[in-house]
Design a protein around this ligand. Structure first.
Ligand code: AMP
Length: 628
């Protein structure tokens, strides 16, 4: 029987490779675009969501069009982040594994440029790159693009959003005029439209689904809670879904870290992914998530962009994104490769208007969901446990030796009694935990959230002290004593002015007397540690108004989650994070404008640090945003 990829015009070597990857049938986007792209004569615009098989849609035709006898760059693929860059390069290597002399190089910031230059020198045909590092390499005259026949702009909307417009222009200007440009984008704002108009010649356009329409496999839900109950709501959603494998999106790096830290402390198997982590740290977090050694990935928009992890069951919007378009990217982390997924928004009643806007944009209705009661959670967890007990693999060899003693212990009990006792062992803990759990659902129009948020201002220092955040912690090998000297030396204050020091993983909190707080800020203005800029902020600043910690109200008891093996807790974290220090990341670009903002302001108006880092501009930084 002829393989359906063969019918589309893909050669045996490549067909065999994709078969090995488990691709049996082309996805709709592959079915539509492969025959068009195989002709190699057209510019192309594909409006497609992530997770639809886009990489193979352009990757397979590219492999057919490239002359692998020639060791010169013939295809250039530009994408917004290093994660996506690695993913695409990896996919292409897999697709081309049976092609003799096929060489794909991934070029991205934050990694050793020498190694990348070496690979380029050795001869390659396909370059997958993030714009910043690509420009560096072009600037070093280390690559010759005169043989490039195809340029792919992947996730074009994201590249624009991240301000790569000028970089892309500069890169394209080094490629031949007669190359063909293939552009893929999940959304089609006017800026992307404009590239198609200005830089392409009568492109063939394919739209998978309706414009801006989210993946049909994703269901969208929202929960209305008071702001102070958000963290408790998050936990309850997770507890009600014992097999959740999800990504939780927060707006800021601080919130991301904060929520992850608190979830870990509460016994959940979670970790954070954001731009303050070094590349190695991010790689390790991602590796654990990919391997499903972690259940909840708490991420910023930028850090999680382009991430392709299959079988993500839930995306949770702990905070709604600043830009409406980001929602499509967030929710696209689930429902990939034909699977179904749920995208959840935890909102307060004032944000209902934003949900209506999202409904209009993605053309799908959101379901208003009710947070389960404590009893619902207990029941769900109990039956999850029962199910697990029923299906557990028994190691007869090991357990047999103990059976006589165990049977002896239970000899007075009936089967029913034994089962009751096993179930109660866990169930009692659930009941105990949720005994006084309140109803977390807030009524529409209820504004208690706002009061709660203000009333329960968290992160406050003790009386007479200012509580400060610092982006260094135990992973930087700091003890409390080290931190005290570090604060005193740089802040030029005496030890007596320092109050509580709360040492965390990749960050810490400390208190200083109110009177010396300004001095400490001044002292830390340009301090570096291991090549990294040390950052001090007032705790509670930078959008930390919501989240975990002291605000975890709602009567939810702290600590000790349940479901033992599922939440292996914080034990794994320390070691993983020990690789911090200056990453020297640099991926070019500033955040570009043009995207709608829920706040109605452009990001230019929002103050911020304007920092530039490894393909990883994090939201709310106030960086300059350019238009294409
Ligand atoms: P992409 O949109 O390229 O990121 O692909 C999303 C996921 O779908 C990846 O994990 C791919 O490996 C997978 N995939 C792509 N094409 C197919 C196919 N034809 N059959 C099965 N899985 C696919």
């Amino acid at each position: 029987m002829t393989n359906p990829f063969q019918l589309l015009g893909i050669s045996d070597d490549v067909v065999n490779a994709v078969k090995d990857l488990g691709f049996e049938n082309p996805t709709p986007i592959q079915e539509q675009s492969i025959p068009v792209l195989l002709e190699g004569t057209n510019d192309f615009v594909g409006l497609a969501q992530t997770g639809t098989g886009k990489t193979a849609a352009f990757g397979l035709p590219l492999l057919e069009l490239i002359d692998f006898k020639v060791n010169k760059p013939q295809a250039l693929i530009l994408c917004p982040t290093r994660e996506l860059c690695l993913q695409i390069a990896n996919d292409l290597k897999n697709f081309s594994k049976n092609i003799a002399n096929a060489h794909v190089v991934a070029v991205y910031g934050g990694a050793n440029i020498m190694q990348q230059l070496r690979e380029i020198r050795q001869g390659i045909q396909i370059v997958v790159a993030t714009p910043g590092r690509m420009l560096d390499i072009i600037g070093r005259k280390a690559i010759d693009f005169s043989n490039v026949k195809y340029v792919v702009l992947d996730e074009a909307d994201e590249m624009l959003n991240m301000g790569f417009q000028d970089d892309i222009n500069d890169i394209l200007s080094t490629t031949p005029d007669d190359k063909k440009t293939w552009l893929f984008s999940a959304t089609m704002p006017s800026e992307v439209r404009r590239i198609a108009k200005n830089y392409m010649d009568n492109p063939v356009e394919l739209t998978m689904g309706t414009k801006n329409t989210g993946n049909v496999n994703i269901e969208h839900e929202y929960y209305i809670v008071r702001a102070r109950d958000k963290y408790a709501a998050l936990k309850r959603i997770v507890d009600f879904n014992p097999d959740i494998f999800g990504v939780v999106f927060c707006k800021t790096k601080l919130d991301t870290q904060d929520i992850a830290e608190h979830l870990i402390k509460d016994g959940y198997n979670a970790d954070a992914l954001h731009g303050d982590l070094s590349q190695q740290q991010r790689d390790k977090v991602m590796q654990r998530f990919r391997e499903r050694n972690m259940q909840l990935l708490i991420a910023t928009d930028v850090a999680a962009r382009g991430i392709d992890v299959n079988n993500v069951t839930h995306v949770i919007n702990y905070s709604l994104p600043d830009e409406i378009e980001s929602y499509t990217h967030r929710s696209g982390r689930t429902g990939r490769a034909g699977k179904t997924g749920i995208s959840i928004c935890i909102i307060n009643s004032k944000e209902l208007g934003k949900i209506r806007q999202l409904e209009r944009i993605i053309g799908k209705q959101f379901t208003k969901a009710e947070l389960p009661t404590g009893f619902d959670v207990c029941e769900k967890q109990l039956f999850s446990l029962v199910h697990k007990v029923h299906n557990v693999e028994v190691n007869n060899e090991q357990i047999d030796q103990y059976i006589p003693r165990i049977m002896d212990e239970f000899k007075d009990l009936s089967k029913e009694d034994v089962i009751k006792r096993f179930a109660s062992l866990e169930f009692n803990r659930f009941l105990d935990y949720y005994a006084k759990a309140p109803d977390l659902n807030a009524a529409v129009g209820e504004d208690r959230g706002e009061r709660g948020e203000r009333g329960e201002r968290r992160g406050r220092g003790s009386e007479g002290y200012t509580r400060l955040f610092i982006n260094l912690g135990s992973v930087d090998e700091f003890t409390r004593g080290d931190m005290l000297s570090f604060i005193c030396n740089n802040g030029k204050i005496g030890g007596k002015s320092v109050g509580k020091i709360d040492l965390k993983g990749v960050f810490s909190f400390f208190e200083v007397e109110d009177a010396v707080a300004d001095k400490v800020f001044e002292g830390f203005k340009s301090v570096e540690f291991n090549g990294r800029q040390v950052r001090i902020e007032k705790s509670g600043d930078s959008g930390r108004g919501e989240g975990a910690g002291e605000r975890r109200g709602g009567g939810e008891r702290r600590g000790g989650g349940f479901g033992g093996e599922r939440r292996s807790g914080g034990g794994y974290r320390g070691g993983d994070r020990r690789s911090s220090g200056g990453s020297g990341r640099r991926e070019g670009g500033n955040s570009g404008g043009g995207f709608r903002d829920f706040s109605g302001r452009s990001r230019d108006e929002k103050g911020g640090s304007g920092r530039r880092e490894g393909g990883n501009r994090e939201g709310g930084s106030g960086e300059r945003r350019k238009k294409w």
